[in-house]
Ligand binder design. Structure first.
Ligand code: HEM
Length: 403
């Protein structure tokens, strides 16, 4: 018996505009609606494609030869976007990634871990010293913690660290159409750029720090000096906006779901899972980009050669084909199938171990010290093309009675 193979369909055309202000203000609704049209949607307005569902994004990212990283929607060289890693395919990418894995080795992460724990505990003890307290979780918790611990291990000066947030915010607005929003973000990012250029220079790296180790690899001939600086810039670019806004988002998720906080307090062994759920529920990165090197079929949809594609992982994080009750936040959700909030395949987030360590360490210290988290005002999301998160989360924290 011969099996009939269904011919692929053309990607349904959509008027959906992922970059319209209404989409940026409520991406879960708009990216979710396009996910329900088809696994691959043609975005007429820009002549680009969006891969919208979990399974198809995973499938595409497994096949880097077909779905290359060397081009993408709205790609134009920009001083905010280092060319290494995210814009490379193997073999260049393999060498750059190996260098990052070396600086974030198990040994280095173990050293960071002790330091992150001490600082998380110190900050929380200070915030909770006088009993119940109202704080703005983005500034008072996430930014204070992240801008202290990670730049310290990178060996950066205390002064001017806010530049990292401005720079990061611009980085995540490069891949999108020209607009007033983009112009504003890039102008603000330019204020951070000089600081970033200065602090990625070889002569300023303190001995033993992450930058110093990268330049050492250059001296040993493993990577070029240019690549060392570009990798360091990638770490600066991707390592701050993401972690701060995702910690603020996690605070909102707990404030909106007090029973989940109590569940976690009763079972602190769920901390790691709870944070994975928080990043699935509120991913810090909304999409990535690729180019199809040859014609192919994804989820029964034809993808033409040369198609530029967005990989919509925020929408995929709420894909009902992958998750039961995807719009609910449950610290004990079974996440064995994983999530795409750190991407997937060879470009999986190079800093995911650091991001996980930072967030889990903070969450563990919170679980030991905080009885309840309640909203104390209206939270506000950050409006940004590529990143997603909260920039204002007022909360009331009630300390737990401690032995
Ligand atoms: C919650 C925090 C973070 C989230 C949600 C996040 C998310 C992501 C995602 C989705 C990708 C894949 C991009 C793609 O395939 O197109 C990525 C790549 C990357 N991330 Fe992160 N990231 C986070 C934190 C960090 C940190 C802390 C660092 C640095 C220490 C970092 C450095 C990078 C780099 C260098 C890449 C490029 C990797 C490659 O191309 O192989 N990220 N990140």
């Amino acid at each position: 018996m011969t099996q009939t193979v269904e011919a692929p369909i053309e990607a349904p055309e959509s008027d959906y505009d992922p970059f319209a202000l209404e989409s940026l203000q409520d991406p879960h609704t708009f990216d979710g609606a396009s996910r329900e049209i088809a696994p691959v949607v043609y975005i007429k307005k820009y002549d680009y494609y969006a891969i919208t569902r979990f399974t198809e994004i995973q499938k595409a990212l497994r096949d880097w030869r077909t779905f290359s990283s060397t081009d993408r929607p709205f790609y134009a060289p920009s001083p905010f976007r280092p060319r290494t890693l995210i814009l490379e395919d193997p073999p260049e990418h393999t060498a750059s990634k190996a260098a990052v894995f070396k600086v974030f080795s198990e040994e280095n992460l173990a050293k960071m871990s002790e330091y992150f724990k001490a600082e998380a505990e110190r900050l929380l003890d200070e915030l909770l010293a006088d009993g119940p307290v109202e704080i703005e979780a983005f500034r008072d918790l996430a930014v204070r913690y992240v801008l202290k611990v990670f730049p310290d291990v990178l060996g950066l000066p205390e002064d001017g660290r806010e530049a990292l947030l401005k720079f990061g915010d611009a980085v995540f607005n490069v891949f999108g159409p020209p607009s007033d929003l983009q112009a504003q973000k890039l102008a603000r990012g330019a204020e951070g750029q000089e600081w970033v250029e200065t602090n990625t220079a070889k002569e300023l790296q303190s001995e033993g720090g992450v930058g110093w180790q990268l330049y050492q690899m250059a001296e040993e001939g493993k990577i070029s000096e240019h690549t060392a600086q570009q990798i360091l810039k990638s770490i600066f670019a991707a390592g701050f906006d993401t972690t701060t806004t995702s910690i603020a988002s996690m605070m909102r998720a707990f404030a909106d779901n007090p029973e989940e906080w109590q569940k976690l307090r009763a079972k602190p062994e769920l901390v790691d899972n709870a944070w994975e759920e928080a990043i699935r529920y509120y991913p810090a990165s909304r999409y990535g980009g690729r180019v199809a090197k040859k014609e192919t079929v994804l989820g029964g949809v034809r993808v033409p050669e040369g198609a530029k594609l967005l990989t919509m992982w925020l929408g995929a994080g709420r894909d009902p084909r992958q998750y039961t009750d995807p719009d609910e936040f449950h610290v004990d959700r079974d996440l064995k199938g994983g999530h795409l909030s750190f991407g997937f395949g060879i470009h999986t987030c190079a800093g995911n171990q650091v991001a996980r360590l930072e967030a889990r360490t903070l969450l563990r210290a919170m679980v030991e010290r905080i009885e309840t988290i309640e909203l104390a005002g209206e939270p506000r999301r950050a409006v940004n093309y590529q990143s997603f998160g909260h920039e204002h989360v007022p909360v009331r924290l009630t300390p737990a009675a401690r032995a």
